[in-house]
Design a protein around this ligand. Structure first.
Ligand code: NAD
Ligand code: TDX
Length: 332
């Protein structure tokens, strides 16, 4: 099996590559990645070059993506612009990569008749009220809020149209918020851990009541692999780990686990259009493919993640100053 993993040098993509490397020792993995500010070659360090090789290229580059797809059995597509805050002040890269880039991949898999798995987010469904008993299911209508989530929603719809109109073999997964090693420090959990390590207070947007449904990235990887191997073409699968927590709860837990006063955080300006709550119903993935998460203890998963950031300061130190300078500009 020769598999192309787009975005394989980013947070979730590189964790997936490491997972595959371990779980499917006979597979050859081509990481196709533009190495934007969010991609890092170091995320693939230690992997044998005979089994994993990097193609440094843009998914919007028609010829390069065509060549990579022609030369594999299957594509798993993680590459995206992924940060909501960035999408609010600079939406174009989101339109380009998430929509045009996905279009290029679809055309290449159509031409070469290759299997595609498209990785997406629960944010395509919009948000839920805090007291809504419902969770997102594959039938929830799309209702995205931000330039990020709307371009991801558009990319999902392109995939569905290519399945129906052209008969390509493709699956889609929509996953909830991931945490774990190698996540860029612009994102919520690593930002707070590294703020504390740098002797500053964590920053909660608004009052911190917004709820996210946390899943360890390793569980996301096992869910994607289950779909890649056993999913039905044309289907959408939701991946989540019943990990609903308010941002305030998460910040308080990080502070506690790092030996600080759980109330020692500050509230900063809220994100415009901030989605209130996400929650995932994973019945299909569980019943149809027998998948379930392993990291069911959030406290333990978070504690391991804190250890990783403590032990890998050289990995995040370079991103940190630039990231905080950007946040300072927007007052968050
Ligand atoms: P990330 O920003 O950490 O990584 C994105 C990767 O894509 C980087 O390596 C980057 O260099 C690469 N990339 C960006 N534009 C590219 C282009 N034009 N051509 C080639 N490569 C390009 O993102 P992530 O958090 O790892 O998310 C990966 C995927 O998972 C995305 O599709 C995202 O929408 C989805 N997702 C993320 C989460 C989450 O919590 N982070 C949850 C659900 C779904
Ligand atoms: O400093 C912060 N303080 C804060 O309160 C940051 C960076 C975020 N937040 C809040 C905003 C959100 O309610 O924390 C929550 C999580 O924020 P992000 O890490 O930016 O994630 P989110 O916007 O929820 O989107 C993430 O999950 C879905 C990923 O970035 C997306 O790629 C994925 O699709």
């Amino acid at each position: 099996m020769k598999i192309v993993v787009t975005g394989g040098a980013g947070f979730i993509g590189s964790n997936f590559v490491r997972y595959l490397y371990r779980e499917r020792p006979s597979w050859h993995i081509a990481v196709y990645d533009k190495l934007t500010y969010a991609g890092d070659k170091r995320n693939l360090e230690g992997l044998d070059g005979d089994r994993v090789h990097l193609i440094e290229a843009d998914i919007c580059d028609e010829q390069k993506i065509d060549r990579a797809v022609a030369d594999c059995d299957m594509v798993v597509h993680f590459a995206a612009e992924s940060h909501n805050d960035n999408s609010l002040h600079s939406p174009w890269p989101f339109v380009e990569t998430n929509l045009v880039g996905t279009f290029r991949i679809l055309e290449a898999v159509r031409k070469h008749n290759k299997r595609l798995h498209h990785v997406s987010t629960d944010e395509v469904y919009g948000d839920l009220a805090l007291d809504d008993p419902a969770k997102f299911t594959p039938d929830t209508p799309y209702n995205p809020s931000s330039p990020y989530s709307s371009t991801k929603a558009g990319s999902d719809l392109l995939v569905r149209a290519w399945v129906r109109s052209f008969g390509i073999q493709a699956t889609i997964s929509n996953c909830s918020n991931n945490y774990g090693p190698y996540q860029h420090v612009e994102k919520f959990i690593p930002r707070q851990i590294t703020e504390i390590l740098d002797g500053r207070r964590p920053k909660l947007y608004g009052s911190g009541e917004n709820v996210r449904d946390w899943i360890h990235t390793e569980d996301h990887s096992s869910g994607v692999l289950a779909i890649v191997e056993h999913g039905r073409s044309g289907e959408t699968y939701l991946i989540g780990a019943n990990g609903e927590k308010s941002n305030k709860e998460v910040v308080e837990l990080i502070l506690e686990l790092m030996g600080k006063d759980p109330k020692d955080y500050e509230c900063v300006n809220d994100r415009p259009g901030h989605d209130l709550r996400y929650a995932i119903d994973t019945t299909t993935l569980h019943d149809e493919l027998g998948w379930s998460p392993i990291y069911t203890d959030f406290r333990r998963g978070l504690s391991k993640t804190i250890d990783w950031y403590r032990q890998n300061e050289s990995w995040w130190r370079l991103q940190k100053a630039e990231t905080e300078a950007k946040y300072q500009e927007i007052g968050r």
